[in-house]
Design a protein around this ligand. Structure first.
Ligand code: IPD
Length: 277
């Protein structure tokens, strides 16, 4: 329908900011665990659902032909070829406990709503706890609170501050701990921020040097991956693959190149598990 990247980015920012205001007001009175998802340490709060409901209503009003892929609701296929990818609260455990950072992540993608084949056109990560807002448009660069950002300049992996995260499944966590044991001696230090979307944005503005994680969902990564790419970084999977659920690695290219062989040797994406059946 001739909509521009700039217009989509503006809408992503408006959506994430509006949902962020709702989520901020809801804490702590309305922080009630509504359900658990993949395991009983994977919570959904009433506010995750309220935030996604608001995002969906705003999209239906402004872009009724677009599809929706959201963490907390049914997929809407759409007819325009564009899909909004929504994480109404990324960092739900932080939100629940009042620790650190949580965010609303909104992206709009062209093509199938699958990280292996989509093109992210625009995205916004609104860090609700402190109000920092990162956004990017394809070919437009990336900003934090309106100022251009660029990935960091650490000279080598041994000087790199690296973010990662862990899934909610006990077996997966044991595997991720083994990978971490290989990575940790080789880097400056590790951070487990608790929001994949924010991790990616911190890489984009140089607050973290690198980030890797296995097991992300499309809504955790969509907006943040574009912010990193538009900030001059690379976002990739292992063994030449695309970034996706198996693995997302993000950072300046020279640091990513140093980290990849360590992750591959540690089978961080589980490719070896799959091969072993
Ligand atoms: C989680 C966070 C966390 C990451 C997990 C995600 P949620 O998202 O991004 O940092 O390690 O893999 O599931 O559950 O808070 O939306």
């Amino acid at each position: 329908d001739g909509v521009t990247v700039t217009a989509l980015r503006d809408l992503a920012v408006r959506l994430a900011t509006a949902a962020g205001a709702l989520v901020r007001e809801g804490r702590p009175e309305r922080v009630v665990v509504a359900a658990t998802k993949s395991s009983d340490v994977d919570p959904v709060t009433v506010m995750d659902r309220a935030s996604e409901d608001l995002l969906r209503a705003m999209i239906a009003a402004e872009r009724p032909d677009d599809g929706i892929l959201g963490e907390e609701g049914d997929d809407v296929p759409g007819t325009s070829g564009l899909t909004w990818v929504l994480d109404p609260i990324d960092g739900t455990v932080n939100y629940l406990y009042g620790v650190g950072v949580w965010a609303v992540s909104v992206a709009v993608v062209a093509g199938p709503p699958d990280p292996a084949s989509w093109t992210v056109l625009a995205g916004c990560v609104h860090g609700v706890a402190d109000g920092r807002t990162w956004s990017a448009g394809l070919g437009e660069g990336a900003t934090r609170d309106g100022a251009p950002v660029h990935v960091g300049s650490a000279e080598s992996l041994s000087r790199a501050l690296v973010g990662t995260g862990f899934g909610y499944d006990a077996g997966r966590r044991a595997q991720q701990a083994e990978v971490l044991a290989r990575v940790l001696p080789r880097i400056r230090d590790i951070r487990r921020i608790g929001s994949a979307a924010v991790d990616l944005c911190l890489v984009a503005d140089g607050s973290l040097d690198l980030y890797y994680e296995r097991g992300l969902n499309p809504w955790d990564m969509a907006a943040g991956a574009l912010v990193v790419a538009e900030a001059g970084g690379v976002v990739t999977g292992l063994r030449g693959g695309t970034p996706g659920t198996a693995m997302v690695v993000a950072g300046p290219e020279h640091l990513v190149e140093e980290l990849l062989p360590i992750l591959e040797e540690a089978d961080a994406d589980g490719a070896g598990e799959a091969a072993a059946g």
